[in-house]
Design a protein around this ligand. Structure first.
Ligand SMILES: [Zn+2]
Length: 245
């Protein structure tokens, strides 16, 4: 067994596992994101319906209010006529009170009618905003769905190639190294890391120069004392035939 080749295989294996990890993560979030966007869209539709209902109610209120103020007007007129024919003060006062009540109620409705214009304007502006929000959300969802669809089909091919190469590399490793690799992988999604600027690139822990010198002799495998990942020298290349192009 040549240590250098074995280390190259392990590094290639780790690179493949990182890619698989990234792919799964990428796809892992997408279905959830699509679901979230569908919920967002439904929520916007709900808010739009609510606003439309409020506008409808307002229009109905206006129609009703016009009818009832007209009724009140006529009733006040009739009462005024009755007042002329009042037989005594008591009757006169009672009619006066009724007229006052009707006029107060009429003023209240008219005030409400007055402010209803502003309310309607505000509601329409709200609805316009919600419509824009709806279109935007719909477009976002469609784009995300396209992304998911494209990615799923691309991924199937890419994953198959990676898994095949992974199997081959595992088969070529010694049993001892295969076990070691899987053990490290149970803690780290990137079990094998390059030395970078004198440190482990998995945990950034400093590696004594003497250990790096040893590593470059390719006599045995070196594990990071801090994180337990397998390390390889900065300049070590991974042969193309061990990777998935
Ligand atoms: Zn480390």
């Amino acid at each position: 067994m040549k240590v250098r080749e074995e280390l190259q295989r392990l590094a290639a294996l780790s690179a493949i596992d990182i890619e698989l990890h990234d792919l799964r993560e990428e796809l892992g979030d997408l279905p959830f994101e699509v679901e979230q966007m569908e919920e967002d869209l439904a929520a916007v539709v709900g808010r739009m319906e609510e606003t439309s209902q409020k506008i409808k109610d307002l229009v109905q209120f206006r129609t009703d209010a016009r009818i009832s103020t007209k009724d009140m007007e006529e009733r006040v007129k009739k009462l005024a006529e009755q007042q002329f024919q009042a037989r005594n003060n008591k009757e006169f006062d009672a009619i006066t009170k009724e007229i006052e009540n009707l006029q107060r109620e009429r003023r209240r409705i008219e005030e409400e009618l007055g402010s209803s214009n502003l309310t309607e304007e505000n509601l329409k502006r709200t609805r316009d905003g919600q419509e824009a929000e709806f279109l935007e959300a719909k477009e976002r969802l469609a784009a995300k769905e396209r992304e998911l669809k494209a990615l799923s089909s691309d991924q199937n091919e890419e994953m198959a190639a990676l898994l095949k190469q992974r199997e081959e590399l595992l088969e070529q490793l010694t049993g001892e190294h295969r076990e070691m690799y899987e053990r490290i992988r149970s803690y780290h999604y990137n079990p094998v890391v390059r030395i970078h600027k004198g440190s482990c690139s998995g945990c950034y822990n400093f590696v004594p120069p003497q250990r790096i010198v040893e590593m470059r002799k390719y006599r045995k495998l070196e594990i990071c004392e801090n994180c337990g990942r397998l390390m390889y020298p900065e300049e070590m290349e991974i042969p193309a035939e061990m990777t998935v192009s």
